[in-house]
Design a protein. Sequence first.
Length: 109
Amino acid sequence: MNRILAQSLNYNVGIGKSISIQGPLVGINNLSDIITVLMSFFYPFAGVVLLFVFIWGGYDFLTSHGEPEKLNSGRAKITSGIIGFVLLAASYIIARVLGFIFGVGEGIL
């Protein structure tokens, strides 16, 4: 049996019937394509984590009942979430601008 490493493989299973098998790297031709795919996964994931940080900090803040330690803990989590949001937005904008400048990925739009 021949082993073939390919993006696409057509296999005949009978009279006039064939199955097309696609590899996982369809549409990925260079490093910028890999980075674009990874960015399209990690930015929404970071947004979900950020949402949970805000919920957790708000829960600690609301259930503190005036205890200074829990108030400070909730306030610190919300502050960390805001800083994380600013860093996430800045990294997204910087990556898009650099993609536009160097002509890789989707660019700014």
